[in-house]
Design a protein around this ligand. Structure first.
Ligand code: ATP
Ligand code: MG
Ligand code: MG
Length: 554
């Protein structure tokens, strides 16, 4: 039997279990700030935390880190919940850091009473100047030794809204000489006269992330608080804050770090994604070109493909760039198993089968998915005039051209073998029609000798009389650069690909008339496509999810 090797996060948990933490004390959380939509990087963190919950049969909380009212909105809360559920995970409790504002305030008052916090009334410039550098010691604030009474009075008045933003802050009294800059009397509270999406105007002081996060973990009795590597230097502060309030009968949360996941040819940062939305480089957070979960969903990605992607790349200790082709591999692999095959022509040229009776139509049997024996069959209409792809015909074809040309035979998928006879050109010399003849005995699956004949290729097609026009949106990478936000001299927006969206009118077989939003298909020989939310019964709209093969593989 195969032993699954443990990753370093699982090893940390195993060690803790060995050291006496009981399995029923395990609890994890996914802690998004509701200041934007989730992206593919978050999906990694979601898969990690909820995956641990499944593996250890432990609860996982969805905790909104909503401590900064300037950027947070209910719309984002709703989108995050929708995306986590869509990915297939179920949280134990839905929680909000803002629910702890009173408790955090009460603790801060305790800190003041114990001489562990003080109100600083300098300008931010003055404080920055005293902070020092990693190689020089910081200087104590002149307010560092304010009396407890004065601190309590000022802090209460900060809370009551008596002061302007930026006039006072509450700082933890730790060590201005620490080699860890974050320990040099970090800010716990700042004044913000802002409306909060949940607490309204109840508060005009708001806790800093570092102050709120660990204490939230503690209040929720989270055993392991996994975050990305940039928080490594914050761990000392996380622990210091916990030291002040920790009761040893309770679980003490442990912060551990893993590497942020970056995907090539895109950005994974809510701030930058917001910029793309606000400046209209894309049409909203769920634009199919976005790295957001909702964008990937609209593009045609499945929850399975995203979970598989996250598990395939696993977790790492160092930041790295994952090529987007890995993600594309995952969706291709999933859709290959599940998507119905249909025929669609995106760059049509008319083909007339001159010996096929005018006015006749046949409904031919077509297999829905050869990868899925339960997928069954459907009927596709055939008639004298069909569309094929313009690139599937060449008048003077080289020997290695395995498609249609004059005097050569190909099969029309699910239908007959045809032979190219002649072309009709328009005034500019472009091919307006291809004329061909068909072999009446060559119907696919008929078992006749003629039907078994070897031909140079098989083409997809649609019957012109029956085909439905469809708007088809073809996407390219949103950025021309592999890592657009890593350039010192250039802003990431300079690398936006101006040709990332191309819209064409194609023709699809009539079985797609009833296709619903998010239904997924393989357009045979073209790639995987999904019905867009803009699609209506009178105007079908499809998004190209991914091609059949990795175009960048060569
Ligand atoms: P962003 O810069 O996009 O806002 P963030 O880390 O500030 O990212 P949060 O809402 O705080 O966003 O993230 C919630 C959780 O997801 C955190 O634990 C965070 O570490 C994790 N996370 C965010 N981005 C990534 C990423 N690219 N790869 C892995 N985990 C991530
Ligand atoms: Mg964050
Ligand atoms: Mg952020």
């Amino acid at each position: 039997s195969e032993e699954k090797s443990l990753n370093f996060i699982e090893q940390i948990i195993e060690e803790d279990l060995k050291d006496g933490l009981s399995n029923d004390k395990l609890r994890f959380r996914f802690p998004p700030e509701p200041n934007g939509y989730l992206h593919i990087g978050h999906a990694s963190s979601i898969a990690l935390n909820f995956g641990l919950g499944i593996d250890y049969n432990a609860p996982v909380n969805l905790r909104f880190d909503d401590t900064n009212p300037a950027k947070e909105e209910q719309e984002y809360v709703d989108a995050i919940k929708r995306d986590v559920q869509w990915l297939g995970y179920q949280w134990d409790k839905e929680l909000y850091a803002s629910d702890y504002f009173q408790q955090l305030y009460d603790w801060a008052v305790e800190f003041i009473k114990k001489g562990k916090a003080y109100v600083d009334s300098q300008t931010s410039e003055e404080m920055a100047a005293q902070k020092g550098t990693p190689t020089t010691e910081g200087v104590d604030s002149p307010y560092r030794n304010r009396s407890v009474e004065e601190n309590l009075d000022l802090f209460e008045r900060m809370k009551n809204g008596e002061f302007e933003e930026g006039t006072h802050i509450l700082r933890a009294k730790i060590d201005m000489k620490s080699t860890n800059m974050l320990m040099r009397d970090p800010i716990m509270y700042r004044i913000l006269h802002k409306h909060h999406h949940r607490t309204g105007d109840d508060w005009c002081i708001y806790p800093m992330y570092d102050w709120a996060h660990g204490e939230s973990d503690y209040l929720e009795q989270v055993s392991h608080s996994f975050c990305t590597l940039e928080f490594l230097p914050h761990r000392e502060l996380y622990d210091w804050f916990l030291d002040q309030i920790y009761d040893d009968k309770k679980v003490r949360p442990k912060q551990r770090e893993f590497a942020r996941r970056n995907l090539s040819h895109t950005v994974v940062s809510k701030r930058k994604l917001l910029k793309l939305v606000q400046d209209k480089y894309v049409n909203g957070w769920d634009d199919p070109r976005m790295s957001t979960v909702s964008g990937l969903r609209r593009r045609g990605y499945t929850p399975t493909s995203i979970r598989n992607f996250a598990n395939m790349i696993g977790i790492a200790k160092r930041d790295n760039l994952i090529d987007v082709s890995v993600l594309e591999f995952c969706i291709r692999e999933d859709l290959n198993k599940t998507a119905s095959r249909v025929m669609a022509v995106l760059d049509p040229v008319k083909l007339v089968i001159t010996n096929y009776p005018e006015g006749k139509e046949e409904w031919l049997e077509a297999e829905n998915n050869q990868e899925d024996e339960n997928a069954g069959f459907r009927k596709v209409p055939f008639s004298r005039e069909v569309y094929i792809e313009r690139e599937d015909f060449l008048e003077d074809a080289p020997a290695k051209f395995f498609r249609l040309s004059i005097g050569k035979e190909v099969r029309l998928k699910n239908a007959y073998i045809i032979k190219g006879e002649s072309v009709v050109k328009d005034a500019e010399g472009n091919i307006a029609e291809i004329h061909a003849t068909y072999d009446v005995d060559s119907l696919s699956g008929s078992g006749t000798e003629a039907s078994l004949r070897k031909v140079s290729g098989t083409l997809h097609w649609v019957s012109i009389a029956h085909a439905l026009p469809a708007e088809v949106r073809l996407y390219d990478r949103l950025f021309t650069d592999e890592a657009p936000d890593t350039h010192k001299e250039k802003d990431f927006l300079e690398f936006v690909n101006p040709d990332s969206l191309k819209t064409v009118t194609g023709y699809v077989e009539p079985s797609l008339q009833s296709a619903q939003n998010e239904d997924k298909f393989q357009f045979q020989r073209l790639g995987y496509f999904t019905v867009d939310k803009d699609s209506t019964a009178s105007k079908l709209v499809f998004n190209k999810t991914v091609g059949l093969k990795d175009a960048w593989e060569e």
